[in-house]
Design a protein around this ligand. Structure first.
Ligand code: ASP
Length: 328
């Protein structure tokens, strides 16, 4: 539904990110290849839903589930560790056509957090649930719970040890630690435009390495990390505190809806001007109801990709990679 008119598109579209913050040299060729393959799989699985006539919410859920299961990304298995050595997961989803939303934060045992966000949206009276209560609801809904050890990967454990060391060093020398090196990257997000012209957005993350217990970032906050309305959908990735203060995802769509800005300009202004000006960094993906998509980011890379009418997944990682755009 767009401007009160049902738009039948013959080209449904799916756009994903696997997080900003990845820098050239961070990945081995094997890791890079695995990440590309995982993104391609997420795009194919999500797009198959759209081609089969399923909703944008179904496509977003399917694509994010694949990326949560892939240890390459900081969501589900492979999530980063908190300061006290746990994995604490945050997620959200929004249906642009109905304006309904679901979110969960501080999860330790939900295998696929995006499934819980969706259940909260569709099966509860609430928008957001946290911690133990959210996990009780997950169990009631038949959503898989796992032993917290399921989420652990050695790479993320080492990243925590490095961050703790850097923090201790900074404290000992009394130098302010601006960002505990490589604190974030690998959050996942997806946006879909289905055959009826409806948009949806979703985001899932382990948050930032070395975050304090109970810290919640932007990813599960509707309007900060995730937003979808009838004209525009956004999923963010970056230094969450800045995204919350900027209400980043909603802000981008509000500038399109109220100020009439083209989506790429609105997204670029918020992500590459406003957030860095405030001291933050990161990226986002944004998709408009007419199929226009944009991928602004200001780190050395952002896992990103899209799939449309040609049915071919297009993916990129670093800033220097070219991501072909639709029609090119
Ligand atoms: N935005 C996420 C957070 O602050 C992290 C990320 O995108 O990598 O929790």
């Amino acid at each position: 539904m767009r401007d009160g008119v049902l738009v039948a598109l013959d080209t449904p579209t799916l756009v994903i990110h696997g997080g900003a913050g990845v820098e050239p040299g961070d990945l081995t060729p094997q890791e890079e290849d695995d990440a590309r393959k995982a993104m391609e799989k997420a795009l194919r699985v999500g797009y198959a839903k759209l081609q089969g006539g399923s909703s944008s919410v179904d496509a977003v859920t399917a694509a994010i589930t694949v990326m949560e299961d892939a240890p390459q990304f900081n969501a589900g298995r492979g999530a980063v560790f908190t300061h006290d050595g746990r994995n604490e997961l945050d997620t959200s989803i929004m249906d642009g056509s109905s304006g309904m939303a679901g979110a969960a934060a501080g999860l330790h045992r939900v295998k696929n957090p995006i499934l819980l966000a969706r259940a909260i949206m569709e099966k509860s009276k609430h928008v957001m649930m946290v911690g133990d209560g959210a996990e009780i609801f997950a169990k009631e809904q038949g959503i898989s719970l796992v032993d917290p050890a399921y989420f652990r990967t050695e790479k993320r454990w080492k990243a925590l040890q490095d961050a703790l060391q850097a923090e201790a060093k900074a404290q000992a020398s009394n130098t302010p630690l601006v960002l505990p090196g490589k604190a974030y990257f690998g959050t996942v997000g997806a946006l879909a435009l289905d055959a009826k012209g409806n948009l949806a957005a979703g985001t899932s993350t382990g948050g930032m390495t070395n975050k304090r217990y109970g810290r919640v970032g932007d990813s599960p906050i509707i309007g900060a990390g995730t937003w979808a309305d009838t004209g525009c959908a956004v999923s963010g990735t970056g230094w969450g505190e800045y995204y919350i203060r900027a209400a980043a995802a909603h802000e981008i769509c509000a500038r399109v809806r109220l100020a009439g800005l083209p989506l790429p300009k609105a997204a670029d202004d918020v992500i590459n001007k406003d957030i860095p000006k405030a001291g933050g960094d990161g990226g986002a993906i944004a998709l408009a109801a007419d199929g226009v998509m944009t991928f602004p980011f200001n780190t050395g890379g952002m896992y990103r990709g899209w799939i449309g009418s040609d049915g071919v997944p297009h993916v990129a990682i670093y800033k220097t990679d070219t991501l072909p755009m639709p029609g090119q």
